[in-house]
Design a protein around this ligand. Structure first.
Ligand code: FMN
Length: 184
């Protein structure tokens, strides 16, 4: 599948079949993440692939914000990828923040890798849902992450059991400016 086709086809999927995700599909998706660009090639990503039903259930019940629309998906989908990042590496030079964005470049890097992964999943006929509405400290506790490593987001992965309409997007004219912002 062409990249643009996958971009157009991807949706947030909140209903999944119980069908497992094959190891080869999982490997391909993780490889797409691994090849993403990152700040000074720091590659601070760590992806915890959760397939144990008990651990998945603990994440869904204990870490997701109450009422999160992705809760059922997190429980039923066969895979939850908890995306972690090592702190204080991306965006730093000689131990100091290198830009006015401080130490947050790991978020940007995480997003780049995860979108690679979501688009690859789409191209393989799989569905994904990002879940940011969670208590990352709780995920870190459940998955026993080391100090200096934070959970950025969850990516739910599985075979879609729905085919939702595309969500609306702003028009290009609202998003794109020519040669700068207009004078106030
Ligand atoms: C950073 C981020 C966090 C998100 N967190 C949640 C979430 O906690 N629960 C949920 O149901 N959807 C979540 N979503 C999915 C968005 O609601 C969804 O991407 C958006 O409505 C556009 O729909 P689409 O993905 O189908 O194009 C999240 C998406 C992103 C990018």
């Amino acid at each position: 599948m062409e990249v643009l086709e996958a971009i157009k086809k991807r949706r947030s999927i909140r209903a999944f079949k119980a069908t497992p995700v094959s190891q080869s599909a999982l490997d391909t998706i993780l490889e797409a993440g691994r090849l993403a660009p990152s700040w000074a090639n720091t590659q601070t990503w760590r992806w915890v692939v959760v397939q144990d039903p008990d651990v998945k259930l603990r994440i869904a019940e204990q870490a997701l914000r109450p009422g999160n629309r992705g809760t059922d998906a997190a429980k039923k989908a066969p895979v939850v990828i908890a995306a972690f990042a090592e702190l204080n590496k991306a965006g730093f030079r000689d131990g100091q923040p290198a830009t006015d964005k401080g130490g947050y470049w790991y978020m940007f890097d995480a997003g780049l890798a995860l979108e690679n992964m979501a688009l690859t999943a789409t191209s393989l006929g799989l569905g994904t849902l990002f879940i940011g509405g969670m208590n990352s400290k709780e995920v870190e506790k459940i998955l026993k992450s080391p100090q200096g490593c934070t959970c950025v987001i969850l990516m739910i992965l599985g075979h879609p059991d729905e085919d939702p309409e595309a969500r609306p997007r702003k028009e290009t004219a609202e998003l794109v400016l020519r040669d700068g912002f207009p004078e106030k």
